[in-house]
Write a protein that binds this ligand. Structure first.
Ligand code: ACO
Length: 430
């Protein structure tokens, strides 16, 4: 069996043999298909990239039909069970699980980079008192590029590693400062004796006590949530990171664009939208009425936290999150909105509308309930997503930079505007 695709152009009767590799054909191989010498050649039209692979990647594997998610070959369920965020970040970034001494060194390197320059703090002070923490977060990440001009040396391996450490280490500090700023509390400096997530809780919630002691169940839950969010192959924000990075800008500037993409309600803003939806529904008995509205398409209402471009079965992350939720609620008490979420899920999973469209809960359906129970306002949800996704963004950015086949990202278009026309003087326009 030949690994080729035969294409007949019925306009010309010509036949072409296109090589197939990894179940794909190269879009550039279509360019030879022309009706004549003036023809530009055939392109593919794929709005929103529904069926286009833009890169080769060895980082994350998803089987959307079977509900499988692997980081560097390791199932997400096993990592959530046995690993912690920093170890998983190492795996995503460097391709292998670290040895004990590698993990110790990596943890040390991240821990000693958590401080922010005092001028970054001053910059953050300039935000309005009610500024959205995600707006503060992404702007401040951009500011880091002005503090670290060495980050422009993107083809220097040592420099890339340095920026990687800085970014992984500093995003929780920026996130915590953004949170404290938005509620008018003083910023808390990192505590190097605590783990990555325990220190994050310290920077968020420390009050007047001399030493903050986070609840270990909550610190572990946050670790697992961070593992689940660390990478998800070529989603909207990661594609933004790669696209922006393909211009060879520094990683801080590229990461601002990725974080901005994550801010949107169809991506990282979905768990915020889930909570708003649950509040709007208000009680379990109003669930059937809401489902009816979603199905009628009235006002474009969607069941937030349901559906996914890639997963056409239960999102494996949602399964892990449901277990974590039970654990967190033993400490914080049950989130009263949980009952409504469970009822929504129960009804939707039996309903023809959702079954036929393969709409299942995604990672965001339950994560908001956990974050809220832990004391986070909804505005912090996209920020909590951006912290761990930073590992994925950097790994994908570096993979793109080192990929010999990649160039500056530049899609084509089908032009639908007017043909050339003459300029009309203002007084002659109707
Ligand atoms: N509620 C109701 N109907 C839905 C939903 C939903 N959540 N999601 C999709 N549909 C319907 C669409 O109306 C469409 O129906 P139609 O064929 O009758 O027109 C069909 O299912 C296919 O939907 P698309 O919009 O084509 O699917 P797409 O892959 O473009 O969208 C997305 C994926 C954006 C995630 C979508 O399912 C959605 O809006 N979900 C709610 C938002 C959400 O939870 N986002 C988080 C994603 S996970 C993440 O970013 C971490």
């Amino acid at each position: 069996m030949a690994d080729t695709l035969s294409v007949v152009d019925n306009r010309t009767g010509k036949k072409y043999e296109l090589p197939i590799q990894d179940g794909t054909i190269r879009a550039m191989d279509l360019r030879q298909i022309k009706t004549g010498p003036d023809d530009f050649g055939m392109m593919t039209y794929d709005p929103a990239f529904l069926n286009t692979a833009s890169c080769r990647s060895a980082i994350t594997y998803i089987d959307g039909d079977k509900g499988i998610l692997l980081y560097r070959g390791y199932p997400i369920e096993e990592l959530a069970e046995h690993s912690d965020y920093l170890e998983t970040a190492y795996l995503i970034l460097f391709g292998e699980l670290p040895t004990a001494s590698q993990l110790q060194a990596w943890t040390h390197e991240i821990t000693i980079h958590t401080m922010l320059h005092e001028n970054v703090k001053k910059f953050m002070d300039g935000f309005q008192y009610d500024a959205h923490p995600m707006g503060i977060f992404l702007s401040t990440v951009g500011v880091l590029s002005t503090f670290y001009p060495d980050a422009k040396q993107i083809f220097d391996k040592g420099s890339r590693l340095h920026q990687t450490r800085r970014l992984i280490a500093k995003v929780p500090s920026i996130a915590a400062y953004a949170f404290r700023h938005s509620i008018g509390r003083p910023y808390i400096y990192p505590d190097n004796e605590l783990s990555f997530t325990a220190n994050f809780l310290n920077m968020l919630f420390k009050m007047t006590e001399l030493k903050y002691q986070p609840n270990p169940v909550l610190a572990r839950a946050l670790d697992v949530l961070f593992i689940l969010h660390a990478d998800h192959e070529q989603n909207c924000s990661t594609s933004a990171m790669r696209n922006i990075g393909s211009s060879h800008v520094d990683p801080y500037s590229a990461l601002v664009g990725a974080a901005a993409a994550l801010y949107g309600p169809l991506h990282g803003g979905a768990n915020e939208a889930v909570l708003r939806m649950l509040k709007e529904i208000g009680s379990v008995d109003r669930v059937p009425e809401f489902i009816k509205r979603v199905k009628s398409g009235e006002g474009g209402v969607r069941l937030m936290g349901f559906g996914h471009r890639v997963y056409k079965s239960y999102d494996p992350r949602a399964k892990v999150i449901k277990r974590i939720a039970d654990l967190v609620f033993t400490v914080t008490g049950r989130n009263p909105l949980l009952q409504i979420a469970l009822e929504l899920e129960r009804i939707a999973l039996q309903d023809e509308y959702f079954i036929s469209r393969k709409l299942y809960p995604n990672v965001d359906f339950y994560s908001g309930l956990i974050y809220q129970a832990m004391g986070f306002p909804v505005e912090m949800f996209p920020v909590l997503f951006a912290i761990p996704r930073t590992a994925g963004w950097i790994a994908q950015w570096e993979e793109m930079l080192l990929d010999q086949e990649q160039k500056i990202a530049r899609p084509r278009q089908i032009y639908t505007g007017p043909k050339v026309r003459e300029y009309v003087p203002r007084d002659k326009r109707s």
